[in-house]
Design a protein around this ligand. Sequence first.
Ligand SMILES: *[C@@H]1O[C@H](CO)[C@@H](O)[C@H](O)[C@H]1NC(C)=O
Ligand SMILES: *[C@@H]1O[C@H](CO)[C@@H](O)[C@H](O)[C@H]1NC(C)=O
Ligand SMILES: *[C@@H]1O[C@H](CO)[C@@H](O)[C@H](O)[C@H]1NC(C)=O
Ligand SMILES: *[C@@H]1O[C@H](CO)[C@@H](O)[C@H](O)[C@H]1NC(C)=O
Ligand SMILES: *[C@@H]1O[C@H](CO)[C@@H](O)[C@H](O)[C@H]1NC(C)=O
Ligand SMILES: *[C@@H]1O[C@H](CO)[C@@H](O)[C@H](O)[C@H]1NC(C)=O
Ligand SMILES: *[C@@H]1O[C@H](CO)[C@@H](O)[C@H](O)[C@H]1NC(C)=O
Ligand SMILES: *[C@@H]1O[C@H](CO)[C@@H](O)[C@H](O)[C@H]1NC(C)=O
Length: 475
Amino acid sequence: MGSTHSLLSVILWVPHVHAVWACVRSCPANCVCTQERSCSVLCDRAGLGQIPSEFPCEASSINLDKNSIKFLSERAFGTLPSLKSLSLNHNNISFITPGAFKGLPSLTELKMAHNEYIRYLHTRTFTALRRLVKLDLADCNLFNIPDRIFIELPSLQELFCFQNNFRRIPGAIRGMENLTHVYLERNRIEAVAYNSLQGLTKLKYLNLQDNRINVVHERAFQGCRKMEYLYLNDNLISELPENSFDGLRCLKMLNLGGNFLRNVSNTWFRDLVELEVLYLDRNRINYIEEGAFENLTSLVSLHLNSNNLTTLPFSVFQPVYFLGRLYLFRNPWECDCRIEWLKEWMENYRLVRDIPCASPSSVAGIDLMDVLYDRSPEGYCLDPVELNVTSDSPTPSSKPFSTTESKFNSLISKLLLQMGLPEEVANTTEVFSNATQLDGLADGVTSGTREDSSKAISFSFHLPALLTVVIFQSK
Ligand SMILES: *[C@@H]1O[C@H](CO)[C@@H](O)[C@H](O)[C@H]1NC(C)=O
Ligand SMILES: *[C@@H]1O[C@H](CO)[C@@H](O)[C@H](O)[C@H]1NC(C)=O
Ligand SMILES: *[C@@H]1O[C@H](CO)[C@@H](O)[C@H](O)[C@H]1NC(C)=O
Ligand SMILES: *[C@@H]1O[C@H](CO)[C@@H](O)[C@H](O)[C@H]1NC(C)=O
Ligand SMILES: *[C@@H]1O[C@H](CO)[C@@H](O)[C@H](O)[C@H]1NC(C)=O
Ligand SMILES: *[C@@H]1O[C@H](CO)[C@@H](O)[C@H](O)[C@H]1NC(C)=O
Ligand SMILES: *[C@@H]1O[C@H](CO)[C@@H](O)[C@H](O)[C@H]1NC(C)=O
Ligand SMILES: *[C@@H]1O[C@H](CO)[C@@H](O)[C@H](O)[C@H]1NC(C)=O
């Protein structure tokens, strides 16, 4: 067998004209080899207990998923100069000899997800994979990986390590300047330290959702200036340093949902001028500092549902750049005159919905949309009453809402209505990936700032924000 192998290798190696024929000819037993433009070797679900001893040397991709391979020896695949993609998902690999992937100089994608017995990887496991762009080690029961394991992978861009047992962000990614996507969700990571993400200057996507993060150091993300999507949801974060997200001027989506935040600081989001979607849902927020969303001039969608908010001062949104969707359901809203402005907003934009009132008792259970605010003879808003306090006459608390204000708003709302507003799943943590291609449009700024004598509300209409909404809706 040894001699036929080498003979075959010689034949395959020399004349490139026979490549297609040769590929099929040398297909391993139980596998299927295709020959479209390049040779794919399909050995998935083939009942293999070990790596086949030979592959067609023109192979550009090999799929060995869902077998019961346990062991990878050194040079486990021989020499396959054209192999670009190798998949070993869903096997039972428990040991990988250092140098197992030697002889695969073109490999760009290596998948080994769902091999729950891997647990440990040697520093030199991936040696010689200088072209490797994408590495999938999801669900491999890894507790850690050696700090220098990626040292010989200069091309690595995407690292999938979700659903393992990491308790720290692996030190191995530090300084990996070509990494763009890092998936670390569903581990047991407890902190994002000041140096965890050092040198990740090209990182665009970082997923840390569903970990046990309770500490985020100051400026932890500072070096990640290209970051666009950051998932920190479903962790144990109760506090964030003032400058947590400083420097993230390209960030489009930030998910902080499902944590234990109580206060929203007006320092957190000050640099996030490109942010389109912000999730703060499922926290314990009951206080939002004035100006907290001030610099979010690109915001399309803000999720504040499922918190502990009783009121929402208009000043939180000043200046009003925000013309997207606002999710406020599942909060103990106190529907007094302080949030009458929100009712007006709901009526005019129809981008805010579902604000069931918790109090005062006369309106408890009613949606803010349906609350009828009484007026004093002078036109002041009167708080809905607590039912038991029958003798108290309500006190005027707010000046009349300007009618010009409302007309101005209606114009916008008509425009939006014409475009048609699609329903949207409310608590989703999905990214609106397609809302991100609209940057090019965001150039001109139309500012319709007006002062209103009675209530000094200034509406600044930010054209890019409006365009973003409209275009997004029409998709
Ligand atoms: C997978 O490997 C582990 C340990 O190496 C072994 O205990 C287990 O039985 C194997 N499972 C299968 C399905 O072969
Ligand atoms: C990043 O990629 C460039 C170009 O491919 C390469 O020269 C550089 O060494 C890589 N960086 C690292 C840290 O591997
Ligand atoms: C949150 O805000 C409240 C009200 O301003 C303040 O009393 C409290 O100290 C703040 N808590 C934190 C953790 O900043
Ligand atoms: C908004 O951005 C400007 C310019 O970058 C900055 O001066 C200002 O302090 C920011 N606002 C807040 C609330 O941080
Ligand atoms: C909600 O806020 C109130 C004070 O406004 C506080 O007493 C209560 O404990 C908070 N609930 C939660 C779940 O944090
Ligand atoms: C009115 O107040 C009494 C006690 O002061 C309380 O038992 C009752 O539940 C209250 N009713 C309503 C509708 O709030
Ligand atoms: C809404 O949130 C709940 C709890 O976090 C989750 O189980 C559910 O799948 C979410 N629904 C959608 C449509 O995302
Ligand atoms: C985004 O657009 C791509 C194609 O342009 C489409 O395949 C994908 O489903 C879209 N995603 C969403 C969330 O609309």
